[in-house]
Design a binder for this molecule. Structure first.
Ligand SMILES: CC(C)(COP(=O)(O)OP(=O)(O)OC[C@H]1O[C@@H](n2cnc3c(N)ncnc32)[C@H](O)[C@@H]1OP(=O)(O)O)[C@@H](O)C(=O)NCCC(=O)NCCS
Length: 179
């Protein structure tokens, strides 16, 4: 499995997870070499899911974004991916990340599950795992923008029992999460 050349890659966060459909997925921290897999999932999620993740009609991932997504310090920025084998190659089917923004002194959360793997428990479990990693780095408070119609995310946050505060700002929810 992974690790090659990624300074500080924390292999202790690798695990296997069985989904509600009985399929097993590998969960691991993101690698610098995952760029192609990240482009692949980005190209395969629906426009609706893309919008709910990025809150804009993003059509292409820029090189800068890709670099930012895959080159992380595994402390203030962290991402877990879920990987399955598809044919002869691996595919990333979900990504959960937190990112520290020094300008805002805030840690943002992002979560995406490829549409054909949604509703199998992956999003909730991945978020729970990510929040547990964050806790190990002393991070227990997050602030993110969310589509006000994202009832699935609202349900997940409620089910996980986090303290969540929603404020409406220019048509979006600003969500403060305390875990
Ligand atoms: C939000 C998202 C990550 C959830 O991933 P997922 O793997 O489908 O989530 P899970 O299967 O763990 O949980 C979904 C829950 O919502 C429920 N659900 C499904 N449709 C729903 C709806 N329209 N309204 C409310 N709840 C709904 C499911 O039944 C499930 O609950 P359960 O565990 O009690 O059965 C996924 O939908 C996604 O990628 N959306 C687009 C990006 C996004 O919105 N990201 C969040 C903001 S960054």
């Amino acid at each position: 499995m992974p690790a090659g050349g990624n300074k500080g890659y924390p292999s202790r966060y690798e695990s296997r997870l069985t989904l509600k459909n009985g399929k097993e997925v590998l969960i691991r921290p993101i690698l610098q070499t995952d760029s192609d897999l990240i482009i692949d999932i980005f190209n395969r999620i629906s426009p609706r899911s893309t919008y709910q993740r990025f809150l804009t009609k993003l059509e292409v991932l820029s090189e800068d974004m890709l670099h930012h997504f895959t080159h992380i310090d595994y402390e203030t920025d962290f991402a877990l991916v879920a990987v399955v084998e598809e044919g002869d190659s691996d595919a990333v089917i979900a990504v959960a990340r937190y990112m520290y923004d020094p300008a805002e002194d805030n840690t943002d959360l992002g979560l995406t599950v490829r549409d054909d793997w949604q509703n199998l428990g992956l999003g909730k479990t991945l978020l729970e795992m990510l929040v547990s990693v964050a806790g190990k780095h002393g991070i227990s408070r997050f602030r993110s923008m969310m589509d006000a119609g994202n009832t699935i995310m609202e349900k997940i946050l409620k089910d996980l029992g986090y303290e969540v505060k929603y404020s409406l700002r220019s048509g979006f929810y600003e969500v403060e999460i305390l875990v």
